[in-house]
Design a protein. Sequence first.
Length: 135
Amino acid sequence: MNRIFKLLVITFSFVPVESVFPMPDLPEDINKQVVAAISSGKANDIKNYFNSMVDLTIGKNENTCSRNQAGRIIKDFFDHNPVKSFKVIKQGSSNDGSQYSVGELHSGEKVFRVYYLIKKTGNDYLIQQFQIQEQ
């Protein structure tokens, strides 16, 4: 019995704690992943970080829509405006732990201002607002 216990202790001492007890993603981690998804024009990857309902603004169209609907709208945007580059120009946070980012998205001759707000929902940090406006 004692040998089995020692063997288990040795075996599990090499297993990272995160693999046994996954740590929730922090807003900074989510933000990095969202920036990477926007930079590569991957609407599906962005959609994965949306709350079940998201306030979405593309140009003059403002909607509160489901995660899937918002993903389709953003995919359509990227289909018509392929991303050349994306750069975050401002970030901030509030006392409640939410974080926002503002960036410039270049597509062909057009430049767009992108804004999104990440808030804690339950145990997860998710995008609550997402806006794209032509400059």
